[in-house]
Ligand binder design. Structure first.
Ligand code: NAD
Ligand code: IPM
Ligand code: MN
Length: 363
């Protein structure tokens, strides 16, 4: 049988709690589909600062270099927020990993599970229209990485600055991904920008329009970011592929997650051009619920499924996991973050949710 090798970077807060469940489901689905996944567990983020004195130790980088994919939990938390920016878990570990492997493309598939629009906090007549979007977020450019970036001066003149910068090539390659993805879906791309104010957005829109010419079957729409945040709540069903810069995609994907019911549902794949990828929930370390064993493991489990699909080509196994998740929810098995929406639901903890998904594999 086939074997795949990955690096597992659980990180901080709820990271290790939800990672355990993703590994459990991965092993179970591998058995059903005749493959094994070996993995090396490494410190990253705050956990790495505590154990090794740095958020991205060399051993961790080496393990990632040797792996076919990285399964990532989440990093950061109040304990490390006082550190200088570049030594913190987020800017010191996660962003450098994305940059190191050229993971310019972040896919965040957000959908209201069929029949589960009650999970959405939106009014029933709106959520019943459905929501099935793919956020395609540029991940290695924009204001996250642009230079100059920094802080200088003193007193009232002290200043801090970031630079939103995009090259034509960076916009073109993420736009091509968005249109290709749209071709396999409902053939609509909504490109998000702020071209009424930002020069980088003017170029963004220009390049996206140029790429669109190669995909005549795809309908292209442009929305300003402020309007987009509103349209998502007013009529989420209008969206298919949502093409965003790094920062706008970060913001809109949290909104998309909540439209489906919880931050704990949104998975993501961070990809380059080959099969290597880093798979991470869109949400963070959730310090407010960490350590209680109640976090929703679904985003981590679905991120693992994205790894099966994109890095290993194990499409059937990925679908098996996705279906098992949908079935568990349909059977009204939910973690506390979703309980609000389902008054008659069985509220379970993180481990029980993982078990419920394993039990429903291959049904
Ligand atoms: P967050 O996503 O951690 O939490 C926001 C809210 O969503 C909280 O109420 C949390 O309880 C809830 N939530 C998130 N995931 C959940 C899950 N799986 N199950 C149930 N509820 C869940 O965002 P934050 O509080 O702004 O950030 C906390 C820390 O995480 C910060 O240090 C931030 O930088 C970091 N962060 C890391 C990543 C990452 O590593 N990929 C992503 C986002 C934020
Ligand atoms: C995300 C996170 C990260 C981001 C942070 C933790 C650097 O919010 O993956 O959405 O902003 O990209
Ligand atoms: Mn985010």
């Amino acid at each position: 049988s086939k074997n795949y090798h990955i690096a597992v970077l659980a990180g901080d807060g709820i990271g290790p709690e939800v990672m355990r469940e993703a590994i459990k489901v991965m092993n179970a689905v591998g058995q059903k589909h005749d493959f094994t996944v070996t993995y090396e567990e490494c410190f990253v983020g705050g956990a790495a600062i505590d154990h090794c004195g740095t958020p991205l130790p060399e051993e961790t980088i080496n393990a990632c270099d040797k792996a076919q994919a990285i399964l990532f939990g989440s990093v950061g938390g109040p304990k490390w927020d006082h550190l200088p920016h570049s030594q913190r878990p987020e800017a010191g570990a996660l962003l450098p990993l994305r940059k190191r492997y050229g993971l310019f493309c972040n896919l965040r598939p957000a959908r209201i599970f069929p029949g589960l629009n009650a999970l959405s906090p939106l009014r029933a007549d709106i959520s019943a229209q459905g929501f099935d979007a793919m956020v395609v977020r540029e991940l290695t450019g924009g204001i996250y990485f642009g230079t100059p970036k920094g802080r200088e001066g003193e007193g009232d003149n002290e200043r801090a600055f970031d630079t939103e910068v995009y090259t034509r090539a960076e916009i073109e390659r993420i736009a091509r991904v968005a249109f290709k993805v749209a071709m396999g879906r409902k053939k609509k791309v909504t490109s998000i920008d702020k071209s009424n104010v930002l020069a980088s957005s003017v170029l963004w829109r220009e390049v996206v329009m140029m790429v669109a010419e190669d995909f005549p079957e795809v309908t292209l729409e442009h929305l300003y970011i402020d309007n987009a945040t509103m349209q998502l709540i007013k009529n989420p069903a209008q969206f298919d592929v949502v093409l965003c810069s790094n920062m706008f995609g970060d913001i809109l994907s949290d909104e998309c997650a909540m439209i489906t019911g919880s931050m704990g549902l949104l998975a993501s794949a961070s990809l380059a051009s080959g099969s290597f990828g880093l798979y991470e929930p869109a949400g963070g370390s959730a310090p407010d619920i960490a350590g209680q064993g109640i976090a929703n493991p679904i985003a981590q489990i679905l991120s693992m499924a994205l790894m099966l699909r994109h890095s290993f080509g194990e499409i059937e196994a990925a679908e098996d996991v996705e279906k098992a998740v949908a079935r568990a929810l349909k059977d009204q098995i939910v973690t506390a973050d979703l309980a609000r929406a389902m008054p008659d639901a069985h509220i379970v903890n993180t481990v029980q949710m993982g078990d419920a998904i394993v039990e429903r594999l291959g049904d």
